[in-house]
Design a binder for this molecule. Structure first.
Ligand code: GUN
Length: 291
């Protein structure tokens, strides 16, 4: 079997087009422009790339983009004061603090100081609790993008066996919760899981979010299963030339694609969906704030 490639790039473009239509309507009918504030502390190169990309796409769909770039040694009180200011700014509907934060900052404290209604990442403890109890919440962007692709491919995932590899607060745990809310039977696997290969072989849906390059080989995949690869890992690629690198996921793409029924590529799978969902969450927050 050769897997169907789930094209996240194309799907994300469709989601962004829907967001843009919504933004136009909010402007024309209500005189409101949704605004997203992104806060970056320090100069982590990967974070800088993400933040630039988020800002560009925010503007492309017609929303207002505000970027706050703070020094790596910004005191916690200053960051909290900025968040307070953004919480009280009626032109800002979404706030995202790029993670990871420098070590001297308390990530939980910072995230939980964001107004939950503006928490477009869905990381605030109130949103985590709402999602966990199946109530209306802000849903973390990467798992939301994965769920949208799964629903699009399968229609319904009710009753399917799903394995999420990875238990991070950003992806693994909310992904498992979303799958459960859609009535899948969910297993969360992680670094201490015994016989991971056997656990993965039982799954109709595999979501890999461990951050270990090409960790899942094709012979772990049940024939016909759907594989969602959240990993974005940079590897040396001497075959492409001196000092060149390539992006790979958490699954070994070639071998998994031979066995799976459907698979997301890296790049061009989950990645573009994450930003599209961030934009969609910002419009949702704006609509909820304005009744
Ligand atoms: N760092 C890596 N992924 C994310 C994300 O989805 N949101 C934020 N705020 N930081 C991240």
């Amino acid at each position: 079997m050769t897997a169907k490639i789930i094209d996240g790039k194309e799907f994300a473009a469709r989601v962004r087009a829907q967001v843009a239509t919504h933004v136009t309507r909010l402007k024309d009918e209500n005189g409101i422009t949704p605004g997203l504030a992104v806060v970056l502390v320090g100069e982590d190169p990967a974070s800088q790339v993400y933040v630039r990309s988020k800002g560009k796409m925010t503007v492309e769909v017609g929303m207002k983009s505000i970027e706050h770039k703070l020094d790596v040694d910004t005191p916690e009180v200053d960051l909290l004061a900025l968040i307070d200011q953004l919480n009280n700014d009626p032109e800002i509907h979404g706030i995202l603090v790029q993670l990871p934060l420098p070590k001297h900052l308390d990530e939980d404290l910072v995230i939980n100081s964001i107004d939950p209604a503006k928490d477009v990442d869905g990381f605030h403890i109130s949103n985590v609790g709402l999602l966990g109890t199946g109530q209306k919440s802000m849903v973390p962007c990467t798992p939301l993008g994965c769920l949208m692709m799964l629903r699009d491919h399968h229609g319904s995932i009710s009753g399917m066996d799903a394995v999420v590899i990875g238990r991070s607060n950003i992806v693994g745990k909310p992904m498992a919760q979303l799958l459960l809310n859609d009535s899948a039977t969910v297993t969360i696997a992680h670094s201490r899981t015994k016989d991971l290969a056997e656990v993965v072989r039982r799954a109709d849906i595999v979501v890999a979010a461990v951050g270990r390059p090409e960790m899942v080989p094709g012979d772990w995949i049940k024939p016909g299963a759907t594989v969602i690869d959240v990993g974005i890992n940079r590897l040396d690629a001497p075959e492409k030339g001196e000092g060149k690198t390539k992006l790979v996921g958490d699954v070994h793409y070639e071998s998994c694609a031979e066995v799976a029924g459907a698979i997301t590529p890296v790049p061009g799978g989950v990645g573009p969906m994450t930003i599209a969902c961030l934009l969609a969450n910002t419009v949702t927050a704006c609509c909820r704030a304005n009744g």
